[in-house]
Design a protein around this ligand. Sequence first.
Ligand code: SAH
Ligand code: AVI
Length: 324
Amino acid sequence: MLNLDMRDLLSERYALEGEDEFAAAVIGGLSRPQKTLPCRYFYDARGSELFEEITRLPEYYPTRTEAAILEAHAGEMAAGVPRGGALVEFGSGSSLKTEILLRYLPRLGCYVSIDVSASALEDAARRLTARFPTLDVRPIVGDFSFPIVLPADVAARPKTGFFPGSTIGNFTPAEAQRLLRVFRASLSPGGRLIVGADLKKDPRTLVQAYDDAAGVTAAFNLNLLARINRELGGSFDLTAFHHEAIYNPRDGRIEMHLVSTRPQEAAVRGRRFRFRQGESIHTENSYKYSIPQFQDFARSAGWQPQRVWTDAAALFSVHELASV
Ligand code: SAH
Ligand code: AVI
């Protein structure tokens, strides 16, 4: 539950899905021949905590690699943010990487953090306000895949988008292209976007990053079924599904699945779904791009690629895009 102060802070709420949309998405996904569940539902309070644990795992290289790229180049990235401008972050989560940029932005007009996870926004806003007492933090609970109507005083400022974490990889190329167009509209006129994209690499490294030895990613994946049980009165037996991460070379993506270990049935809101032994629910894609592939892709969504920063081992890339 949000406390009163945070209710004031979280004054803007857009396109936030309720229980009925969650139920419709789950029932729709489980009714397909290849059962699916949308990955944005991973992030309830427990899911956000588990994601934070993932970011600290030795196998999960993206977070520490991207943070190191930001540490090395934050000054250059921040130089393009005009005095009094707004920094708008899509899927801000804990906003830990944002802090690296904020240290170089003492004259920022405001920081808008957008996330579906109210708990993550709340914790991050509290921490940022303590660490940067003069910063105007504007958390928005909402789904960034819908156009965000920014408060008028924010909309009037020059805007820089920040989309780290390779969250863009969790969308199919067609969805990601649409998303980049939506961001361009939200950041217009003349917006700029700093976006992180995980790079293609050997499949072994990729699979280990999504199937860690400590089982945290497995717990993150299974938490989706726990959430369905809790919020939609589902009857999933969590001990009868196991986590699987595979690299799909044709589509250049990691896929996460929950695989049924035996023939079984589960109910959601009175609808029964049958599972064969070995049948999976596809819960997440995480696309990996090459740098030219990502730049072409950005161009096709109306963005002009500017600088790109990467690490010495070419594990991860951070792109600067300008609106054309
Ligand atoms: N930017 C952070 C967090 C990445 S995890 C980082 O780089 O570490 C992805 C974040 O995006 C989560 O906090 C999740 O709650 C949020 N998210 C996922 N899908 C979303 C959507 N459709 N709309 C808004 N937030 C979303
Ligand atoms: C948020 N997103 C970019 C993460 C990823 O790497 O695709 C989510 C994640 N799923 C499993 N581990 C991390």
